[in-house]
Design a binder for this molecule. Structure first.
Ligand SMILES: NC(=O)c1ccc[n+]([C@@H]2O[C@H](COP(=O)([O-])OP(=O)(O)OC[C@H]3O[C@@H](n4cnc5c(N)ncnc54)[C@H](OP(=O)(O)O)[C@@H]3O)[C@@H](O)[C@H]2O)c1
Length: 305
């Protein structure tokens, strides 16, 4: 959130042109003038879809430690309540929110709960998603065997499941004139990852929507509504455990291939996503919108040679 006093005295009128200054004294940015360097998130509120999942849950813990009140959204009440209770022990407040990200009515109810409890929403992380087993190829199944229902399901979960919460919760940010949305993409959006013909275009769609929404937000709702994405590399999670690990816990052939193509030669730890998400949601990223940041141990950069 911009410090209005600083903005007025240092930048003058808050037009885009007035913020482009050339002399060295005035090159000081809004962020560096803040005591906290712009990284302070305390007092803010967030909704994390997939908030009790592996990656969403880890981001929820990070934001809680940073003093953010976190709404944990997922389809099942019990794990949402458990996660919210766990977060409450370590931070200011947490809310369980029960909704399917494809159910507009349930999302509207979750939105009403957030507004009733906190009266504001500063951060939305769209982390609900993942592949759908029936939409996989491999093990003798080719692209011609993928049922269209399974293909649709995985595209809907990841793409519509990002767009619909953005419509519901993003509207609060549009009205406030500030807020930060972080979508969760995947390496599958950038290059062909075998066996996931539906997940890949769905995540490519998430990245395209991230850019589209960033432009819409900046032009229609003001520069303080920002939309970015994180593209995680490979992490062991609930939805991919069986694909990444053999029953005895050793890496599958596929995981070994992933490691061969990851210069750091290891999988990610979910906690390694927190720092990037934190930065993207903070004032330190005030001029950053429409970007996708890989957190992948170099996978995205590597040619394989
Ligand atoms: N793990 C990786 O290596 C990796 C890599 C790149 C990207 N990602 C992405 O990271 C995100 C988080 O995945 P994860 O790996 O942490 O998997 P996860 O542990 O299975 O978490 C997924 C979460 O999404 C929730 N969810 C699923 N369908 C939902 C729906 N229709 N409505 C509301 N919530 C729903 C799940 O809860 P319920 O099913 O109980 O609702 C669960 O909490 C996903 O978008 C995934 O595609 C993961």
């Amino acid at each position: 959130m911009l410090n209005d006093a600083i903005r007025t005295t240092q930048y003058g009128p808050t037009t885009k042109q007035s913020r482009i200054r050339t002399d060295s004294l005035q090159l000081t940015t809004k962020a560096t003038m803040n005591d906290d360097l712009g990284f302070d998130l305390s007092g803010r509120t967030a909704v994390i879809t997939g908030g009790y999942g592996t990656l969403g849950g880890s981001m929820a813990e990070h934001l809680t430690k940073a003093g953010v009140r976190v709404g944990v959204l997922g389809r099942r009440r019990e794990p949402a309540e458990e996660k919210a209770a766990e977060l409450q022990e370590h931070g200011p407040d947490a809310l369980p929110l029960v909704a399917n990200v494809l159910d507009e009515e349930a999302l509207e109810e979750a939105k009403a709960t957030v507004l009733e409890e906190w009266g504001q929403l500063d951060i939305l992380i769209n982390a609900a998603g993942g592949n759908v087993a029936e939409a996989r190829t491999g093990d003798g199944r080719s692209i011609f065997d993928v049922p269209k229902e399974a293909f649709r399901e995985v595209v809907e979960l990841n793409l519509d499941g990002t767009v619909l919460p953005t419509q519901a919760f993003g509207e609060i940010m549009a009205e406030q004139g500030e807020g930060s949305i972080v979508n969760i993409s995947s390496m599958a959006a950038h290059r062909a990852i075998t066996e996931v013909p539906g997940y890949s275009p769905a995540k490519a769609g998430v990245e395209n929507f991230t850019k589209w929404m960033a432009v819409e937000a900046a032009q229609e709702f003001g520069e303080e509504v920002r939309v970015n994405a994180v593209a995680p590399g490979f992490f062991i999670a609930k939805q991919n455990r069986d694909v990444m690990l053999n029953p005895d816990g050793s890496y599958t052939k596929r995981t070994k291939t992933v490691l061969q193509n990851t210069p750091m030669d290891r999988l990610g730890d979910p906690d390694e996503l927190g720092g990037v998400v934190h930065w993207l949601c903070s004032d330190a990223a005030s001029f950053v919108t429409g970007v996708v940041i890989p957190v992948d141990g170099g996978f995205n950069a590597f040619s394989g040679v």
